[in-house]
Design a protein around this ligand. Structure first.
Ligand code: 5GP
Length: 117
């Protein structure tokens, strides 16, 4: 059994969030600390800690994350100008919350893809 996170609670309606979309397999809500004018997190309702934990049975839901991201980008009015989708994994990826999530970021030029170190 995967460990419960704040995101699992948000998906179940047990923790507050600004939910912008929800269906039987995914939930989307605004990031609490937005890094761009649009910063939405799209998560599976099912708890999957990281990309390392996905399996073939998740393929339809994972594809659906992209369909929902494209819909939300249209809804936010950022589809034409463009946006960035990010999925972080574990320490080097910068993952903080261990419930798989896709960041939808836009509303301004997003700059370089990764920081120079
Ligand atoms: P990560 O680095 O794991 O890919 O990103 C986690 C994201 O979740 C961060 O952008 C952070 O601001 C956001 N976040 C963390 N806790 C909460 C919360 O309780 N509510 C919402 N809406 N966003 C959160």
């Amino acid at each position: 059994m995967s460990e419960d996170t704040i995101f699992s609670k948000i998906a179940r309606g047990e923790a507050p969030a600004d939910i912008v979309y929800q269906d039987e397999s995914v939930t989307a809500f605004r990031d609490i600390s937005p890094q761009a004018p649009t910063h939405i997190l799209i998560i599976p309702n099912k708890t999957i800690p990281t990309v390392n934990d996905v399996s073939t049975e998740d393929e339809a839901m994972l594809g659906h994350l992209f369909v929902v991201a494209a819909k939300l980008a249209r809804d936010e009015g950022i589809a034409e100008d463009g946006y960035r989708l990010i999925v972080n994994c574990n320490r080097d990826g910068g993952q903080i919350v261990f419930h798989l999530h896709m960041h939808l970021l836009g509303g301004r030029p997003m700059g370089r893809m990764v920081q120079r170190v």
